[in-house]
Design a protein. Structure first.
Lengths: 448, 158
């Protein structure tokens, strides 16, 4: 059942909601004040109870991640916020930075305190000029008001927050690439371990959180972790709270909507998104372009009572509450919760070409399977669209895609191969049409 | 000729250097300062940044060439970036790009003869819910129609 809430988006409709005045009037910075009077361990405990699964796409429990940060007597710790939003289809973090920057800063204050960090960097992609401006302004206001600096809220725990910008590289959204970039280098992902919590950023322990994850923190403190988690329909799966959902592509009302965790794709597309703007629903990429596509006629196959998906056995995949574990069990990912919808007027081969051109451009080039493999798939699909590729080459997409999976330093490889493998498997008929010279049932285009 | 930052940017550079525990971390912000001033990052600017941060010019050049937004050649006075990734393409980005090419008389990647506008395509600019869209210098223009594109380009070319 659709449960819209107004927590993260509370300030979105408030005139000049991005100013300190408006934010404080709405009760802002009370949570930070309260958190700084608690012990850091108690703050981390609330985060654990809140079951906030990382909002950047990986879905790792944020409280557990915070718990990895062990106080280090020699080295300072750092908190780094990932606001390098660049996953195709994803446009949620930008709304938070533009419309409620103080919530982001308040989250940074609480997170820094909990993890023993005195400096927090928010890594924002350079193109988001308004986001950067609003964040810098919020930092300035918070500092003047005594919420940041040497003595936040009159205490002795110093916290500084800085905005740092990238320069146009999708790969810098990968956390180790982001840290390399923040250190002033090329944004090439690192081998793990060591993980960020083990002294890797300027040689110090570091936590990287997505911007939406950190924006949820003030509410976790305000409501209490458990109450926050229970907002979710998937609280029992340790997937708690509310979050931002996005929908774009062929819907009448594209945009960002807030709801409790457990919204279904049908609700997102037809209720919030207003339904299809053209044709019928052909496919939906659930949470950013790296997530394998789902089709409306796919049914949940989970006869085993122990399966996470068993309660929805036999139902359409569109009616499964979206959560980290439910989507993973459907063979896709929840990702960033920003769905891309395309209609029967769209050629899935053209969808794949568009995405592969993206990944080809954005591969950092360190690992051969990714650098060469993604380019190879892009070339095959481009040939398919021109009617110049054979069935053998369609099958080669599987081969090349599987050759990328698991063979690269970072998850970019899987992130590009998985959607390709999903599309070629689920839209086999369309790929065959292109390879055998039959007319494409969707005209070989993204939009008629 | 040696590269010099304006007095105001010089002050900004000093402030930037205080934010990080190492000098090297200021590399990307400093390169942005240089590009803001000149429109691109020249070899001289790379020497300048390397010198300020105690890096080799090769290290700085490695950074410049990694990131899409750093220009290594002069570009037009304004840059128009049209997003071409999936959500925008599903809502007509191709028509917007074609319209810009026709209106400006250049292909993607080229600059108008008068040096006013460089046309480029961009990968996802996080504006999928307001597609199609384009970025002109530092400003986003969303929910575009060809008529709106005309109004924007007219202002740039005026």
């Amino acid at each position: 059942m659709l449960k819209p809430v107004k927590i993260l988006t509370k300030m979105y409709d408030v005139p000049e909601g991005w100013t300190l005045r408006a934010y404080e009037r709405a009760g802002g910075y009370q949570a930070a004040k309260r958190a700084l009077a608690m012990t850091p361990a108690a703050v981390i405990d609330e985060m654990k109870k809140a079951n906030v699964r990382g909002r950047g796409g990986a879905g790792f429990p944020a409280g557990v991640k915070w718990g990895f940060m062990k106080p280090d007597p020699v080295k300072p710790a750092y908190l780094v916020i990932n606001a390098d939003e660049g996953e195709p289809g994803t446009f949620k973090d930008r709304t938070l930075m533009e419309k409620d920057p103080h919530r982001c800063i308040e989250g940074c204050i609480i997170g820094s305190y909990a993890m023993g960090a005195h400096v927090c960097y928010i890594y924002v992609r350079d193109e988001l000029h308004l986001s950067k401006e609003r964040l810098w302004n919020a930092i300035k206001e918070a500092k003047e008001r005594g919420f940041l600096g040497a003595h936040p809220f009159g205490g002795n725990y110093a916290i500084e927050v800085y905005v740092h910008t990238g320069a146009g590289a999708y790969i810098c959204g990968e956390e180790t690439a982001l840290l390399e970039s923040l250190e002033g280098k090329r944004g090439e992902p690192r081998l793990k371990p060591p993980f960020p919590a083990q002294r890797v950023f300027f040689g110090a322990p570091t936590t990287v959180n997505n911007l939406e994850t950190i924006a949820a923190v003030p509410t976790v403190i305000e409501m209490g972790g458990e109450a926050f988690s229970k907002l979710s329909a998937l609280h029992h799966l340790n997937d708690g709270g509310c979050r931002l959902y996005g929908v774009s592509g062929h819907v009448k009302n594209p945009g960002i909507f807030e709801a409790c965790v457990g919204l279904t794709l049908r609700e997102l597309i037809y209720d919030l998104g207003g339904g299809m703007s053209r044709g019928e629903l052909l496919g939906v990429i659930p949470g950013g372009s790296s997530c394998p596509v789902l089709l409306p006629d796919e049914k949940v196959n989970a006869p085993d009572e122990k399966s996470v998906l068993h309660p929805w056995h036999g139902q359409s995949v569109l009616d499964v509450p979206m959560g980290v574990d439910t989507m993973r069990n459907l063979g896709t990912m929840l990702g960033t919760c920003c769905a891309i919808v395309f209609s029967t007027e769209t050629c899935p081969v053209a969808v794949m070409q568009n995405l592969m051109a993206f990944y080809r451009h954005e591969s950092c080039g360190q690992c051969t399977p990714c650098r060469e493999g993604v380019g190879w798939i892009d070339r095959i699909v481009t040939k398919l669209l021109k009617g110049e590729a054979t069935m053998e080459e369609v099958d080669r997409i599987h081969e090349v895609g599987n050759g990328i999976m698991g063979n690269t330093i970072c998850a970019f490889g899987e992130g590009s191969a998985m959607p390709a493998l999903g599309l070629v498997r689920k839209f086999r008929r369309h790929f065959e049409e292109h390879a055998t010279g039959k007319p494409c049932s969707a005209g070989g285009r993204l939009v008629a | 000729m040696a590269f010099v930052l304006s007095a105001e940017r010089e002050r900004e550079m000093s402030e930037i250097l205080t934010r990080y525990p190492t000098r090297r971390a200021a590399c990307i912000p400093l390169l942005h300062l240089c590009q803001d001033q000149e429109g691109y990052v020249s070899e001289e600017a790379m020497h300048f940044v390397a010198d300020k941060l105690g890096l080799s010019t090769a290290q700085v050049k490695g950074v410049v060439t990694f990131y899409t937004l750093f220009n290594t050649e002069p570009v037009g006075k304004h840059t128009v970036w049209v997003c071409k990734t999936l959500s925008c393409s599903l809502r007509g980005a191709k028509d917007i790009i074609g319209h810009c090419e026709k209106r400006l008389g250049v292909h993607v990647g080229e600059t108008t003869r008068d040096g006013k506008v460089t046309l480029r395509t961009a990968e996802c600019l996080a504006s999928c819910g307001t597609a199609p869209m384009m970025q002109v210098d530092k400003k986003y223009h969303e929910n575009l129609t060809t008529a709106e594109v005309d109004r924007i380009l007219d202002r740039l070319l005026a």
